[in-house]
Structure formats: C-alpha cells, structure tokens
Write a protein that binds this ligand. Structure first.
Ligand SMILES: Cc1cc2nc3c(=O)[nH]c(=O)nc-3n(C[C@H](O)[C@H](O)[C@H](O)COP(=O)(O)OP(=O)(O)OC[C@H]3O[C@@H](n4cnc5c(N)ncnc54)[C@H](O)[C@@H]3O)c2cc1C
Length: 355
C-alpha cells in the first residue's frame, strides 16, 4: 500500500505530490494521457502576488521564494487601463494590486498601440512575472517519480474505504494507499462523492482565450500584461503573439471546455476598443475551467469527516501562483507539522469551514 494516492495530474496534484513525496511513497493518477491537459494546460501563466482574495495573496507571497529558486519566472509587468466611465473600478484595482498611476504618454511608451483617445487613465507595476508552467509542472512530476509513480490514462472510476486506507479502481487495475488526495480540479466534488465524502459545492467557471497575431510592425515581447479596469478583459504577450481574454467566468459543468465564438469576439472587441491597431488574424483559441469554492478560497486540508481524505481543490484563477505554498501547506497538515503559513490563512482554506 502506498502512503499517498493523488487523483488529478494538474498543477494542484503534481505540486502536492512533490511535497508529499518527502513524507512517503506517492502515486498520482491522471485520467488524461498527459499531465496538465485541463485547466493547467490553458492558463495565462501569470505570477502576480496581489491578485485574488487575501488567503490567495498570502499563498502567492509565500510561493515567491520557491519560484525564484526554481528559475521559472520571467519579468512581465502589469498595467490596468481605464476609459472615461471606469474611474471607480480603476481606483479599486490600483489599491488592490498596489499599482502606480502613470500618464498616458508613459503608458504608450510601454504599450505603443494604446489609443490616447480611448484610454484616459493607466496604472502599472513591474512586479508581475510569466511562469514557465510546463517546466514547473514537469519538475514537480519528476519529484514524484523519484519516490513513487505518475500514472496517466488512469481515470479513478470507483473508490472504497478499506482497512487502513483507500482502494481506487481504474480501467487497468486498482491502487491502494493510506491517504487519498483529491486534486481533481473541476471534478473534485465528483471524486468526493465517489469516496463517500460530502462535496464542497465547487463551481467550475469557464475562461476563454484567443491567441492572435501581434499588431503589424510591433514586437510585443517586452509589453506588460494589460487588463481592462475591473478585469473586464485582458491581453498578455505570448511568444511574439497576443493572448486576449474576455475575462469570462461563466459557470459550467465539469467538462473538456472550449471557447464560444461570441465570447471570444467580445474580448477581441474590448482590446480593439482601447488600441489603434485592429486584430487581423486568430491563431488559436481555447477555454479552461477555473474552479471556485463558495467563498472563492481554495480548499486545502483533511475532510472534516475523514482525516484520511485530503482536499486540494478550488484553486480558482490562481492555481499556478499559489502551488508552491499550497502544496507545502498540504504536506505540513498531512505530516502533522506546524504549517509554515499563518494560522488565519490555514483556517480560511480549511475544508471544515464547509461542514
Ligand atoms: C484561461 C485561464 C487563465 C488562467 N490564468 C492563470 C494565471 O495566469 N495564473 C495562475 O496561477 N492561474 C491561472 N489560471 C488558473 C489555473 O490554471 C488553475 O487554477 C489550475 O490549473 C488548476 O489546477 P488543478 O490541478 O486544480 O486543475 P486541472 O489542471 O484541471 O487538473 C485536474 C486534473 O484532474 C484530472 N481528473 C479529473 N477527474 C479524474 C479522475 N476521476 N481520475 C483521474 N484524474 C482525474 C483531470 O483530468 C485534470 O487533469 C487560469 C485558468 C484559465 C482557464
């Protein structure tokens, strides 16, 4: 019998597995043929420590040292822009993200295509980074393999409580472990039900992305990410092209998400409304599910009714930037160590808040 059996091979399960491998033998089961096929393969890959509710901010800040040591960050910077009716929203963004307001000329020096006729205010800071998400995910998976196994194409189909642990059945056989870790992203409530554990009430929310050609005559590589005041749309440079999202958050059932053409068009129209150059060509598009618990905070720790069932779910729109500290917290709780993160954050993430 293994010590830990993890269901879900996205960033939550992979990072949890890497930290739990320090405590015992880990097997990670991923339903798809590759790790990171769902939300974790579809993100904007940003590390912005002030983004999200306070417990998320605490986890992100506590993750910074790990990211720096792992060498997976590249400077990006972050700018919010506002039109004439968006002062209140921009003021809230400036306060929440600790941005510096800059003049329109300074904003155009950073992103030359911004339209001074439409953008009336802008705010910016340097402290936002691109995360090399694939390198991070594969690095965690390597740590698991060194002390256990990563099994892809292994969908958990049935789960039983057995003497001293759990048995999980897949198409190709069954796996047993002392402790079960639920890192199934949008499917995490389904996994809880299979295991006879009360679901949290998670809501997957679709977020769509278009990858479009960079404006003619511009190299956007050094541009910051640009977000519409109130997070109504965003643009992020991506390897010589632009990612544009309508920042949608439409509730959905767990599924292999795809982008709706009309929703993508809204995002592209929002970007075009703030710049002097049209979008000429869509290269690709996709959507992913950002999964939230009812209070918007992740759910990390033992299920109240069974300490052998660990939740690692509800990562919302922050799963990458919180992964180092969230996985450390899970391992601290599993190993009976005092958590490194502050007690208020531990309590805000505790599954027992959903009895
Ligand atoms: C468009 C978009 C932009 C984003 N931008 C950012 C960003 O800039 N920064 C950031 O930090 N985060 C961002 N996020 C959020 C981030 O991507 C998610 O929080 C994170 O990927 C969630 O990881 P996860 O491991 O919980 O879920 P997933 O990556 O969805 O992994 C869950 C896995 O569980 C597997 N699974 C489900 N059921 C079973 C089963 N029965 N048996 C075995 N396996 C199963 C699934 O196949 C899946 O691979 C973004 C998300 C989207 C969609």
């Amino acid at each position: 019998m293994d010590d830990f059996l993890i269901i879900g091979g996205g960033i939550a399960g992979a990072s949890a597995g890497a930290r739990l491998a320090e405590l015992g033998r880990v097997t990670l089961l991923e339903a798809e043929r590759a790790l990171g096929y769902h939300a974790s393969g579809r993100s904007a890959a940003l590390f912005e420590q002030n983004y999200g509710p306070p417990p998320t901010v605490a986890l992100s800040r506590a993750s910074a040292a790990f990211f720096e040591a792992a060498g997976v960050l590249k400077p990006r910077g972050l700018m919010f822009v506002a039109g004439p009716d968006e002062d209140a929203a921009l003021d809230r963004d400036i306060a929440a993200m600790e941005l510096d307001e800059i003049g329109i000329d300074a904003a155009r020096a950073l992103v030359p295509v911004l339209d001074p006729a439409r953008v009336t205010r802008a705010a910016w800071h340097r402290a936002a980074w691109d995360i090399d998400t694939d390198r991070l995910l594969q690095g965690f998976a390597r740590e698991i393999r060194a002390a256990g196994a990563v099994v892809t194409g292994a969908r958990a189909e049935a789960i039983w409580r057995i003497d001293g642990g759990w048995e999980v059945q897949t198409r190709d056989g069954s796996h047993t472990a002392r402790v079960l870790v639920n890192a199934a992203g949008a499917w995490a409530d389904d996994i809880a039900r299979l295991a006879g554990i009360a679901p949290i009430g998670l809501t997957p929310k679709r977020r769509s992305m278009a990858r479009v050609a960079a404006p003619e005559g511009h190299d956007p590589q050094s541009w910051p990410m640009v977000i519409g005041a109130g997070e109504t749309w965003y643009m992020k440079p991506d390897a010589g092209a632009l990612l544009i999202s309508p920042a949608d958050a439409d509730p959905a059932e767990p599924h292999d998400a795809w982008a709706d053409d009309m929703v993508l068009a809204q995002g592209i129209a929002s970007w075009e409304a703030h710049v002097t150059t049209p979008v000429t060509r869509m290269i690709a598009n996709w959507a992913g599910l950002r999964t939230f618990s009812p209070d918007g905070n992740p759910v990390i720790g033992p299920a109240p009714e069974d300490p052998g069932f660990l939740w690692c779910a509800g990562q919302g729109g922050y799963g990458f930037q919180i992964a180092p500290a969230a996985s450390r917290l899970l391992a601290d709780l599993a190993g009976g160590r005092a958590p490194q993160i502050d007690p208020a954050t531990v309590a805000a993430l505790d599954p027992a808040r959903y009895p």
